[in-house]
Design a protein around this ligand. Sequence first.
Ligand code: PEP
Ligand code: MG
Length: 359
Amino acid sequence: EPELSGEFAEILNWADEFRTLGVRANADTPADARIARDFGSEGIGLCRTEHMFFDGDRIDAVREMILAENEDGRRRALKKIKPYQKEDFIGLFEAMDGLPVTVRLLDPPLHEFIPHTDEEVKRVADGSGLSVEQLKAKAVELHEFNPMLGHRGCRLGVTYPEVYEMQVYAIMEAACELKKAGKDVQPEIMIPLVGHVKELKELEEMTRAVASEVIAAAGVELEYLVGTMIELPRAALTADEVAECAEFFSFGTNDLTQTTLGLSRDDSGKFLPLYIEKGIYKEDPFVSIDESGVGQLVEMGVQKGRSTRPGLKTGICGEHGGDPASIFFCQKAGLNYVSCSPFRVPVARLAAAHAALKA
Ligand code: PEP
Ligand code: MG
């Protein structure tokens, strides 16, 4: 177990007296959440739920869900996944012991869930009652040439609402169970890859309906938030509309960089060094916020969001959230918190204090 000790811990405690930006962590497992807390994280700013769908045997049920012919088939498969999901969230909430936990609803490039080998297809067929031929045909149908700009994020929630619904039930049931046992929980449900307020509205309404139902059935009082990621230029440009349906914004600067610069986050490495050498890019835009492009959209998103909802809580959860230069920018842009990988939390605390002193 890593932990901060001695003089280093003391310096960071001094830093905390000055910083105004909150520091949270991106963590998907209770183990990572505990590391983040030991390093001084004030909450989870991004729990990606994708990996949870790959764990152990679950992937077969997930593939079954993705390849199902219709909603009934998807619901049958989702029933197998739900108990695992609930356990995942109980573990995270317990590890964070009452600190806020932002859970992002599923955001996979769909192709990652499609079975590739005959063996994988057969396992899904055995569990689902569908034929191998049917499954293979469906897998071909789901193929995308550009999955990162395809059927992912909230588009999945709009086309297969039962998937997000299952996740919201699992999050809220986990939270209510802990609350009933006298523990503190602060769930924040986050919808990814929103580009238009109508996508968000639909999913926000579903989320609130499910949450109210679970809270009423449990007979507890529980506060929760529903918010969105701002990770497409369109979401930043229309942030005043988006804010009508969001209680918080979290800037996903990985995708926002990819979509603003039109630059693949997965294979920009080939020409980037030359671009940096020539000064076309000041530095790697996936490491440090590109202030002239992405940064302007972040500032615009904050301002427009707050014009609709004064005091709107805003954070950043792209990789930039742990980069000192980007943290300076986040302070200037008026964000409330940064969220970064657990091992970068100490550096983020220090950088946030520097940024506050500079401001
Ligand atoms: C982002 O796009 O910045 C983000 C945090 O989401 P992900 O990296 O999971 O796409
Ligand atoms: Mg993203």
